[in-house]
Design a protein around this ligand. Sequence first.
Ligand code: EPU
Length: 431
Amino acid sequence: MEQFIMKGGTPLHGEVVIGGAKNAALGIIAGALLTDEDVIIENLPDVRDINVMLEALKEIGAVVERIDRHTAKISAVGVTSVSIDDEYIRKIRASYYFIGALLGKHHMADVPLPGGCAIGSRPIDQHIKGFRALGAKVEIRNGCVQAAASEGLHSSHIYLDVVSVGATINIMLAAVLAEGRTIIENVAKEPHIVDVANFLNSMGANIKGAGTDTIRIRGVRRLHGTTYAVIPDQIEAGTFMCAAAATRGDILIKNVIPKHLESITAKLLEMGNTVYEYDEAVRVVGAPVQHPTDVKTLPYPGFPTDMQPQMSVTLALADGTSVVTESIFENRFKYVDELARMGSNIKVEGNVSVIDGVKRFTGASVNALDLRAGAALVIAGLAADGITTVRDIVYIQRGYEHFEQKLQALGAQIELVDSEREAQKFRMKIG
Ligand code: EPU
């Protein structure tokens, strides 16, 4: 089993280049199914979830050519099946985007229902509500979502009861080829919603309002091929921003859209850190003593739930008491028990954590329980005195490309090892 082993206590210094946004790319890959022409996607992160999505496309008959590590060419003209299923696709939530895309193009889809996961129960009732409003019959049978619209999809006025990233993207995917005008209200406004809409518009779709509360789509008969570059990953960037603050380092984070990072920047500034914003970069200089602050996760432009664990680790090293409220997922504080092994002082009551900052963490053996919790524990390990091992890093690899290499380039003493012998060698090397 691969694990990260690290010796903490060294401030991170230097430059890091951020890759493409995983959660935008997942929607975009599914969107490539909507045309018979070639789609070239650039700036794709080379991470597990993306690679699983690309493999799934091949299974239903699409041709996927990896032009280079971050560019893929997809031709969906040969898609012969609307039924997707394998053990890997069942493990990734974004498999639900195949329902919207297959329904939009082929008027049928049969895709496994993404199960619950470590961070919460994660229903997809709003996705289904949208598909039904567009005229599809949707049933859950044998663990799969089976959707069909024999007459094709038609215009609709849909109001989402909860603000959902997944439902917003999925309904857009289904509606771009539907007849007439679809209006979706109370939609999510995350940067990746805008990116998927821009991608679909570059294929000839007519989507207006992405990034606001209401999206208006005028259905078109067909979509054409495109070449499209995915936006930079807001959460990967935010993770390195917290790594700079928590280790009291100084990192220039390149290839970002600073506007997308504003909520994270605001919190780091409140804590007394320095953040410089450039056109396509931010630099974070961690203050030696940092102030506590309160954080509440909210849909964009609020503070992202995907940054809650990394920010909590940073706050756990501040001088005072912070309160963090998680309002998106009910189960996103499980890492707190792992962090406690490193000496943190955090109490959780329902969806609120009260963090009493400590001066230092000490190294320990901990488990990555999900993607962002795993990244947060790595930050904790790099800020801690002594040696930390983070196990189950397969979660981290779902969303961070060469995390350890990027950290090594910033001066971190971290290795990816896959045996106790290698771990032992690392311990000997660093003394
Ligand atoms: N919700 C419903 N019904 C639905 C859909 C969502 O009740 O039909 C609820 C959820 O249970 C949750 C809230 O609405 O309480 C928001 O969920 P959302 O649909 O926005 O989340 P998601 O689409 O399942 C995506 C990202 C997550 C990220 C969230 C929130 C992908 C593949 N996943 O999930 O990313 O946390 O949006 O921004 O895009 C990650 O990258 O680590 C990750 C978990």
